[in-house]
Design a protein around this ligand. Structure first.
Ligand SMILES: Cc1cc2nc3c(=O)[nH]c(=O)nc-3n(C[C@H](O)[C@H](O)[C@H](O)COP(=O)(O)OP(=O)(O)OC[C@H]3O[C@@H](n4cnc5c(N)ncnc54)[C@H](O)[C@@H]3O)c2cc1C
Length: 279
């Protein structure tokens, strides 16, 4: 099993900036993943596709385990079983080729299945837990299956945060491949017109609640387009901070702080981060 030292995480996260991991490993199979988890007693971060994660410029002083090599997607009876590192774009191809409907809303979200399960990724009024049936986690030295009922989930959060997800089982509906492909395309078009998907970012920076839509408040306060270094509050979608090319993680964090402070001072609302800053 390969464990590397002092690895830059800017290539492992969609913000395309940030510091280094003291130790980094991307297990090739679950036996390796399990061994690493059993042997490592120090600071740990399990990284999926890195599309919600920012590593500070000072780096992460521990072991980062990436699931990027664990990407199998297959059938188990009527359910689709996905390894944690399988990407949504691969799941989309699987759904189209087998005519499986239910995840079309996820078009163009650059998530891994593990990260999406932990965060309950979603869009356009849908979320991942509409389809999740059970999840295999690794806890207290052993693999364990959690049924959907054993897991608490809500808007962009679940009780899986802090646990290690190995595999996820999904229940999807049989439809024609053509129907499924068209639906994915429809949602992709909506997504591309609404969000700056071609820049480095981590999607929405702040959590939305029933009463608070961060992008609307940020917009109203005139913060759209505000820049610190190479980080910018997107002019396309004010809920996103984008890396215009040469942002440091420090630029992004300073802009997050500025937006949060401005919103709190003007509206008395404390925005909560959806982006995960490694610590
Ligand atoms: C352009 C863009 C558009 C986006 N659009 C959306 C959107 O429409 N809707 C939406 O919900 N999100 C969106 N996102 C954000 C992101 O894709 C989701 O939050 C996704 O769920 C994160 O998955 P990930 O694999 O990248 O997680 P990561 O960033 O790798 O990790 C996020 C968290 O999950 C944990 N984690 C990851 N894998 C595992 C595992 N196997 N076991 C345990 N913990 C794990 C990490 O430790 C971390 O705490 C977008 C991001 C970008 C860049």
């Amino acid at each position: 099993m390969k464990i590397e030292k002092n690895i830059s995480l800017s290539n492992e996260t969609t913000f395309r900036c940030g510091g280094r991991a003291a130790w980094f490993s991307a297990p090739e199979n679950f036996a390796e993943f399990e061994n690493l988890l059993k042997l490592h007693k120090g600071k740990l971060f399990v990284l999926g596709a890195g599309s919600k994660t920012l590593c500070p410029d000072s780096g992460f002083d521990g072991l980062v385990i990436s699931t990027k090599n664990l990407k199998n997607i297959t059938f188990e009876n009527d359910l689709v079983v996905c390894d944690a590192g399988a990407k949504f774009c691969d799941l989309e191809k699987f759904c189209i080729s087998h005519g499986l409907s239910g995840l079309e809303w996820s078009a163009a979200i650059p998530a891994s299945v593990g990260g999406a399960a932990v965060m309950n990724a979603g869009a356009f009024g849908h979320d991942f837990f509409e389809s999740v049936e059970k999840v295999e986690i690794f806890e207290n030295g052993a693999r364990k299956i959690l049924q959907k009922n054993d897991i608490e989930y809500a808007y962009r959060k679940t009780s899986l945060l802090g646990k290690v997800v190995f595999r996820v089982w999904l229940a999807l509906e049989k439809k024609s491949p053509k129907f499924v492909a068209n639906e994915f395309d429809k949602f992709r078009q909506k997504k591309l017109s609404a969000q700056p998907v071609f820049y480095g970012s981590a999607g929405s920076i702040f959590k939305r609640t029933e009463n608070v839509i961060p992008s609307k408040i940020i917009d109203k306060l005139g913060l759209k387009g505000v820049k610190i270094g190479g980080a910018e509050i997107s002019t396309h979608h004010s809920g996103f901070i984008i890396n215009t090319g040469n942002a440091t993680a420090g630029d992004v964090i300073a802009l997050i702080d500025l937006a949060r402070k401005t919103v709190e001072e003007n509206c008395g609302i404390r925005l909560e981060n959806e982006v995960i800053i490694m610590e």
